[in-house]
Every structure is written in structure tokens, then in C-alpha cells.
Design a protein around this ligand. Structure first.
Ligand code: COA
Length: 181
């Protein structure tokens, strides 16, 4: 399996994660968001010529008041640069084989790299209820909701992983993956 940037020629129509909203977004919008609007970049996991997963990342900001005081300590009181995992999905057929983990680690490596290149204090993800414990395994913790989430629709829940919790090894493996692609 290898992870590489989504290409214009990739056929995304055969990807099915079992989550219709995620699949529809991948089929219809991942390309234009990346190639026309530059809103984010999607990296795909490819195995045997098939796309078995994807992660979409975008630069974002987090308000310091959203962070637990322990993490906010020593940081300035203005919006902080983060990498947002906008979407992550693995095809139903490839679940439970470590693809999601590889894609997430790839994104963490990208955050480490971004920290060096242009600044990044951590990674944010709006985690669906089903996926919160998946992110929790990697050290993500829930943060305060600042805006955009209605009280009667508390999901998805924003979760944050500080850069200090991302090992340098993640950046090294990101660089290695990039070198192979
Ligand atoms: C969540 C998702 C990305 C996980 O992908 P995956 O390839 O099946 O996960 P992996 O095989 O890499 O699992 C890595 C580890 O996390 C665990 N894990 C997987 N899904 C989990 C979940 N939903 N909750 C808790 N733990 C989970 C696995 O058991 C595995 O543990 P191990 O290392 O001890 O064996 C995948 O189930 C998916 O695409 N779900 C639908 C879309 C979705 O919810 N995306 C997240 C949107 S915020």
C-alpha cells in the first residue's frame, strides 16, 4: 500500500466507505476542492491499483480558549495555526487492516512538516461519534466547541492533538512516503 496525493486522473467512483456523505463528497468534490479551489489536499491510500482510503487536510486556525488550559499555557492569545483533518475514510472492504492508522500517521507527519515550514501547533479533527475513540487512541482529546455546531446537533466533536505529542518519527515517515511517491 502506498499513500500519495490524489491525482486528476484517479477514478474515485468505485470508493465506498459505507458512509454515503463521505463517499459523495469524495466522488464529487475532492477533485475540484483540490485542483480548482485549493481548499485542501486529499491523499489517497492505494493498494493493488485500488483506492482503499483517503485523508483530506486543510490549513486552519484554533482559538486558544478552545484548548484545555494545560495545552494553552505559554501560547499567545490569538488564533493559532493548525492542520485540520477535514475528512478521513477507509473503504468498507479494507477496514481493520491498518489503512486508517497509516493515513492518520501520514497526516500527523504532514503537521510536523508544516510546523517546520510555516507554523502549526497541532492537529484538529471534527470527529464523528463512531470515530472519536479511534482518534483518542492516538492522543486526540476533545476541545471546546467555539462556533458552527448547533446545540441540538452536538456531533461531530472537535478533537485536538498538540504538536508536542507528534513524534519526530511521524515527520520522518511522511518524508519517506513522499520520497517513494
Ligand atoms: C475510522 C476509520 C477511518 C478507521 O480505519 P481502519 O483502517 O478500519 O482502522 P485501522 O485498521 O487502521 O485501525 C487502527 C486501530 O484503531 C482501531 N479502530 C479502528 N476503528 C476504530 C473505531 N471506530 N473506534 C475505535 N478504534 C478503532 C483498530 O482496532 C486498530 O487497533 P489496533 O491497532 O489495536 O489493532 C474507518 O473505520 C472509517 O473509514 N470509518 C468511516 C468513516 C469515518 O468515520 N471517518 C472518520 C470521520 S471523522
Amino acid at each position: 500500500m502506498r499513500i500519495r496525493r490524489l491525482g486528476k486522473a484517479d477514478d474515485r467512483s468505485g470508493f465506498h466507505s459505507g458512509q454515503p456523505d463521505l463517499d459523495r463528497w469524495f466522488h464529487r468534490f475532492a477533485g475540484q476542492n483540490q485542483f480548482r479551489h485549493y481548499l485542501g489536499v486529499t491523499y489517497v491510500a492505494e493498494s493493488g491499483g485500488e483506492l482503499v482510503g483517503f485523508v483530506t487536510v486543510t490549513p486552519s486556525m484554533i482559538e486558544i480558549d478552545a484548548l484545555p488550559p494545560r495545552l494553552a499555557k505559554r501560547l499567545p492569545r490569538y488564533p493559532l495555526p493548525v492542520l485540520r483533518i477535514a475528512r478521513l475514510a477507509v473503504s468498507a472492504r479494507a477496514r481493520g487492516q491498518g489503512v486508517g492508522q497509516r493515513l492518520l500517521r501520514f497526516a500527523l507527519g504532514l503537521a510536523r512538516r508544516t510546523a517546520t515550514d510555516s507554523g502549526c501547533v497541532g492537529v484538529v479533527v471534527d470527529a464523528k461519534a463512531d470515530a472519536q475513540s479511534f482518534y483518542g487512541r492516538f492522543g486526540f482529546e476533545p476541545v471546546e466547541t467555539i462556533e458552527g455546531i448547533l446545540a441540538e446537533r452536538p456531533e461531530p466533536r472537535p478533537m485536538f492533538l498538540p504538536l508536542s505529542a507528534i513524534p519526530q518519527a511521524a515527520a520522518d515517515s511522511y518524508a519517506e512516503t513522499k520520497a517513494k511517491s
